[in-house]
Design a protein. Structure first.
Length: 154
């Protein structure tokens, strides 16, 4: 199951179903035979900054964080992949700079975050090429091929 949680301080109008779909398409593309669960948290920039400092020792906000869990849920026999945490304020800014809707930016950030949960990274040039190619293919499946990406995704 994919859960979407939204910080109560946000005036959030995006349908959570589009975020769930972005995560589901990412999962199906990368691991079609596995049942996996995850949580997407859309929150305020201050909370993202706090999490980034607490878990990564980086005293700054970012657009998306991924916290891998990889624990088996004994009740469902599904793998709980972890949490994707998105700064809504960063998504709004990046969407404006890229010239697309906030909902599009949020989908991009979900795809990117889910890829991290699945073990993909972009720390090295060859890793970045692989991850960006996957990201583009998933965005294409979501009907978002060729969107302009202006972000902190690396």
């Amino acid at each position: 199951m994919i859960q979407v949680q939204v910080n109560h301080l946000l005036d959030f109008s995006t349908e959570s179903n589009i975020l769930k779909k972005a995560a589901q398409v990412s999962l199906e593309y990368c691991q079609p035979a596995h049942d996996s669960d995850l949580t997407i948290l859309v929150t305020i920039d201050d909370q993202v900054r706090e999490l980034n400092f607490r878990y990564r020792n980086i005293d700054a906000s970012t657009d998306v964080l991924s916290f891998s869990s990889m624990e088996m849920d004994p009740d469902t026999n599904h793998m709980y992949l972890g949490d994707v945490v998105i700064s809504y304020e960063k998504a709004v800014i990046q969407a404006g700079l890229a010239g697309h809707e906030v909902a599009v930016e949020l989908q991009l950030l979900v795809v990117h975050g889910v890829l991290h949960l699945l073990g993909f990274d972009h720390g090295e040039p060859d890793q970045k090429i692989e991850m960006w190619e996957l990201q583009e293919k998933i965005l294409e499946k979501l009907g978002l091929a060729g969107i302009k990406i202006i972000s902190e995704l690396g």
